[in-house]
Ligand binder design. Structure first.
Ligand SMILES: C[S@@+](CC[C@H](N)C(=O)[O-])C[C@H]1O[C@@H](n2cnc3c(N)ncnc32)[C@H](O)[C@@H]1O
Length: 217
């Protein structure tokens, strides 16, 4: 399993480490992290690709550029760009386009996935990690999270990969779980404003899809 130092207290670091392992991400890869936010994923990718690699950290919110710059200060291979995923345009084709917790927030998830596929070289990879929010549980009851337009997009992600012309190489779901004080209940409280106390918590499963772009366009 990959060691991902850059992920701080991210309770979803295990699904990310699984994806990086199954993908075989290695030194020198060129990547884009779409919807980079605070840069946790960008830093994790940067650690693996090293200084010969490149990670474009793309986010539509200009404030994310400063956050990524802070988080990735020690990684010259990370380049922060303010751009919408719908308009994704990079200076070079990449080996990997990655997103996590992005597609639930966009108006048209399939369109953003298609733009990610377009940014990748023939034979390259598109990896998305998105939740099924309503499959989370607190005290055995379903979790609801009002707000994002596609809170359960993870449930349809494998079909979206196929729809945009990628080969679905692998797909699975993982969910952090726990009971009592700790990172899992702390994460839930930060997400929903509700302290679960001693109720058991299963956070929303994150569905990961590994899509491969055909070798020939
Ligand atoms: C929940 S955060 C996820 C951050 C990061 N990917 C992670 O997993 O820690 C979602 C991010 O997507 C960005 N975002 C939302 N819509 C976007 C779009 N259409 N194009 C690019 N970024 C977008 C937001 O600004 C935010 O930083």
């Amino acid at each position: 399993m990959a060691t991902l130092k850059g992920l701080r207290d991210d309770v979803y670091r295990r699904p990310l480490a699984t994806a990086i392992d199954r993908l075989g991400l290695g030194p020198g890869w060129r990547c884009v992290d779409v919807g980079a936010g605070g840069g946790d994923v960008s830093v994790a990718l940067a650690e693996v690709v090293g200084q010969r690699g490149r990670v474009y950290a793309v986010d539509s919110d200009p404030a994310a550029r400063d956050e990524v710059a802070r988080a990735a200060a020690a990684y010259s291979q990370v380049i922060a760009i303010t751009q919408a995923g719908e308009d994704l345009l990079l200076p070079e084709p990449v080996d990997l386009a990655f997103c996590r917790f992005l597609l639930l927030h966009v108006a048209d998830p399939r369109l953003v996935l298609e733009r990610m596929a377009r940014a990748v070289r023939p034979g390259g990879w598109v990896v998305a990690q998105e939740p099924i929010t309503s499959a989370g549980r607190v005290g055995g009851s379903p979790l609801s999270m009002p707000g994002p337009p596609h809170p359960d997009v993870g449930a349809v992600l494998p079909a979206f990969v196929r729809d945009v012309g990628l080969e679905l190489v692998d797909a699975w779901a993982e969910a952090p779980a726990g009971v009592g004080p700790g990172p899992v209940s702390g994460y839930l409280a930060s997400l929903t404003g509700v302290d679960p106390g001693d109720d058991p918590v299963v956070l929303p499963p994150l569905v990961t899809v590994l899509g491969k772009k055909p070798d020939q366009d």
